[in-house]
Design a protein around this ligand. Sequence first.
Ligand SMILES: Nc1ncnc2c1ncn2[C@@H]1O[C@H](COP(=O)(O)OP(=O)(O)OP(=O)(O)O)[C@@H](O)[C@H]1O
Length: 281
Amino acid sequence: MSDIQIQQVGKTFENKQENTSYTVFEHIDLHVKSGEFVSLLGPSGCGKSTLLNIVAGLENASTGTVLVGNREVKEPGADRGVVFQEAALMPWMSVLDNVIFAIKKQYSKQEAKERALEYLKLVHLSKFVDAYPHELSGGMKQRVSIARALAMDPEVLLMDEPFGALDEQTRSMLHKEVQYIWEQTGKTILFVTHNIRESILLSDRIVLMGVRPGGIVNIYDVPMARPRKSSDPVFAALEEQISQQLAGEIEKVMKEEMGDDYRSQKATLLYSSHRNMGDHI
Ligand SMILES: Nc1ncnc2c1ncn2[C@@H]1O[C@H](COP(=O)(O)OP(=O)(O)OP(=O)(O)O)[C@@H](O)[C@H]1O
C-alpha cells in the first residue's frame, strides 16, 4: 500500500478564447497515510473532483506535486484505481468481461479471469458474472466498477461521489460494502462526497474544502470505532460541527454569486440548505 502526498498543489483553468483564468485552489497540502480512508467534503465548485483528478493523473496540477508512494503523478496509472459516479461499463460485454477488459494488459488471460472472479466475489456479484450491464441495478453497476478498479491491484483507490446517484437504501448497503472492502484490502482511499453523514460513517479523516479562496478549511478526525451509527452522540455532535462550518462556506459562495439578491433570500436559503445538509450540499 502507498500513501498520497499532495504538496503545495494549485489549479488554475485557463480560458484561452476569452483570455481569462480561474484559480480553483492554491497551496493544498495533504498527506493521506497508507491504508487511511480520507474524504473530501465541501460546497459545489470548491474543487473536490479537480483535486481527485489531479491525484488520478487525469488533470495536471498548475503548481505543486503529488506523490503516490515515492512516485510523482504525471499521468493515469494502474497504481491508482478510480471509481466515478457513473459506472461507465461497456454495455455489450458481460460483467466478467468488463472487469477482465480493464486488466487484460496487466495479466495473462487466465490470471485476468481469476482476478476478475476474485474481485467480483469480494463485491458479492459472483452470481452475476455472466449478466450484462442493462440487467443490473445502479448499485450493482457501481459494485462492478469497484471490482474493476480493485482488480487492477491499485495502491490507492480514488472514489468521486461513487454513490451520489443511488437511492438511500442502496447507498447504505454500499457503505457497508465499501467498509468491508477497505478492511479486507487495506487500500488507501480518497473519497469525494457531498454527504456529511457518508463522510463520518466511512472516514478516518474528513477534509473540508472551501471556496474563494479555494483550499482546505479544516480537517476533522473521526475518532469513533466502526461500524458507526448516526444515533451515536459523538456522531451527531461531529455532524453538527461540520454542518455549521459548511453552512458558512456555502453562504460565502451564495453571497458572491447572488450579490444583493442574496440578502432578501438568505433566510429561506439557509433554512433549506440546513435541512438538506445531510444529503446534498
Ligand atoms: N475543465 C475545466 N475547465 C474550466 N473550469 C473547470 C474545469 N473543470 C472544473 N472547472 C471549474 O473548477 C471548479 C471546481 O470544479 P470541481 O468539479 O472540481 O468542483 P467540485 O467541488 O467537485 O464540485 P461538485 O461538488 O459540484 O462536483 C468549478 O468552478 C468548475 O466550474
